[in-house]
Design a binder for this molecule. Structure first.
Ligand SMILES: Cc1cc2nc3c(=O)[nH]c(=O)nc-3n(C[C@H](O)[C@H](O)[C@H](O)COP(=O)(O)O)c2cc1C
Length: 173
């Protein structure tokens, strides 16, 4: 049992070596209450059509809200939004009370000050293990020129330093 626990810990540490951005995915419950959760499993699936995915723990309090909603909004956090990452990762408290947000045209909670937003139709779901993968069709998006918040090895990173590359290896603008 101890060996299993240690192996699970090592597995988590290995996964944590993959650096990601951080998002807060928001929606509305059937009763109209705003719901949101901190998520770093967000990624792109397809450009044409524009599809994204993220995975949701079956044990999340907001599980039912996301499983049954028509659409959700992926808010990509900026470096100065660490407090939001922590607040929306908490299992207690009113996440929206102290948060600056406004409803989109379709009523989804849009967090202010983010790097990017992707409004998605809740297209398909695949239950696997202790999570469900949600695939969303991007219906609209927006970006802001800000520095993103990064998550790596259980730590939040707020400064990006560009690698010095010779001209031949630089990505084209
Ligand atoms: C950096 C970070 C990334 C996270 N990514 C995910 C994720 O991709 N999917 C998920 O279900 N939970 C993820 N979580 C955990 C949830 O945010 C956390 O369990 C939260 O309490 C769920 O909220 P709820 O129970 O109110 O729905 C992440 C937490 C942190 C701090």
């Amino acid at each position: 049992m101890q060996a299993q626990a240690r192996s699970a810990d090592l597995y988590r540490r290995a996964l944590a070596q993959f650096a990601t951005g951080i998002t807060v995915v928001t929606t509305r419950t059937p009763a109209g209450e705003p719901a949101g959760i901190t998520v770093n499993s967000f990624n792109s699936v397809s450009l044409d059509p524009p599809l994204v995915l993220w995975s949701l723990a079956l044990s999340a309090r907001s599980h039912d809200a996301f499983r049954h909603c028509q659409r959700y909004l992926v808010n990509v956090l900026a470096a100065d939004q660490l407090d939001l990452a922590k607040r929306f990762a908490a299992r207690t408290g009113d996440k929206f009370e102290a948060t600056a947000w406004a409803p989109t045209d379709s009523g989804l909670p849009r967090l202010e000050g983010c790097v990017a937003w992707f409004e998605c139709a809740n297209r398909s779901q695949y239950e696997e293990g202790d999570h469900v993968i949600l695939v969303g069709r991007v219906e609209s998006f927006a970006t802001a020129r800000r520095t993103p918040l990064i998550f790596h090895d259980g730590r939040y990173v707020t400064h990006l330093v560009e690698a010095p590359l010779p001209p031949a290896l630089r990505p084209r603008a």
